[in-house]
Design a protein around this ligand. Sequence first.
Ligand code: SF4
Ligand code: SF4
Length: 93
Amino acid sequence: MMVQDKSLIKGLALNDIAVKGGKYVANWRAYKPEIDYEKCVACGLCISYCPEAAINQTDDKMPKIDYRFCKGCGICANECPQKAITMIQEDES
Ligand code: SF4
Ligand code: SF4
């Protein structure tokens, strides 16, 4: 059974969640992606593959992960042709 704690989405508009199509991540994600911007060539593949639409494109075309929605699935890291994304344990950062 899923427990929804509304205090976890404090400060986040509910329609923001609806637009993203995902659920806000609380503290259960074990791994999270980290982008090495020295390797990234701004190809945008990670943005396309992310099933949660958790990666946005900045004005300079670089990807930026919105950790409110990232589930830590690792697809972006798998698909990145530059190997610019590393999955790290949450407590390592
Ligand atoms: S897939 Fe890799 S190289 Fe392409 S934009 Fe994402 S992080 Fe950068
Ligand atoms: S780990 Fe999964 S959910 Fe998080 S940004 Fe990468 S593809 Fe998206």
